[in-house]
Design a protein. Sequence first.
Length: 372
Amino acid sequence: MTTTLDPAKLQTAVAAVHRAGMPGVFAEVRAGDQIWCGAAGVADIATGRPVTASMRHRVGSITKTFTAAAVLQQVDNGQIELDTPIGHYLPRLVPGERGAAITVRMLINHTSGLAEYLPHAYPSLAAFPDMAKTTPKSLDDNRFTRFHPIELIEMGVSAPAAGTPGGTPGVYSNTNYLLLCELLESVTGTSAEKYITRNVIERAGLQETVLPAGSHIDGPHSLHYEAWFGMIDPPRDYSVYDMSWVGPAASLISTVADLNQFFGLLLAGEIISRSSLATMQRTVPVISFEGKTLDYGLGLQKMTVPGRGTYWGHDGSVWGGGAMSMTSADSTRQMSVAVNLQRWNRFDSSQKPQPHPIDDALRALTQLALCG
């Protein structure tokens, strides 16, 4: 899989994403012993401060891979059984028949049927995931709102079910991962944030990766511009935001270098056992918030490139920030990329997101970075 990196072509591809309309984009690509990092554009539109490849960034649902790895460590330790009902561990949070039917595995691979709590926590997103019918008002209203995870879980559990336990395709839901965090706390006696930090982040030697306690990103970072499909025009910065609305489901702050290091170690069997890694890579179809079908394992997404093989990783977004990290199955090729604008597509007359030049530029960058 390893091929020689072409720094000039990679920098041209990153610059093309910026020219297509992305304020700032930065990436790190690894091929064997070679490492390339590059950036294009600005971290702050008002001042023109440039982005750099070493910046910290909110990476959204990439956090789920860290949380899943923490749970699988406890599977390795014999403290958690993947096919034990969550009602056995957390009977008050998921009571009755559903608690008996939904297993830990179903939470990790999003086949629990539990609904997403987000539209209930953010009233103006009530039509979520029908983005065209939502408004961004709650983003400002809740910038410094401190949510309690139990409150969010109860919203998701009490909402109409999104599917039947174990049924496929599964439906992507943050409710699943907040429950996994409560499960971690119940079996380890410490908070999920502390456990993940000590046993996943620090174990992987990630110096720039944190689960934040407050609303700010410490250290050099970009602003995070949210467009909400043209409803916020010009896009507004949400880099300062209380991330308790997702917690260890999507609040991680990291760098592109740390992400590559983490996924490389994970796929090498350095974070969890080889048997748990094999279990992590057993996939099912899962429907994303955007209506796309993901090939989803236990906190890992699978991507198959014709003629180039299989890649593992995850992507993620928060208000204004996005990232993707993918590693080849043989771990010889890696790419992590971060962008500082989200939901850049506008809706057409049929209320569907229109194609945008950013989409094509990001695909070209991904193709070049992963396949050479």
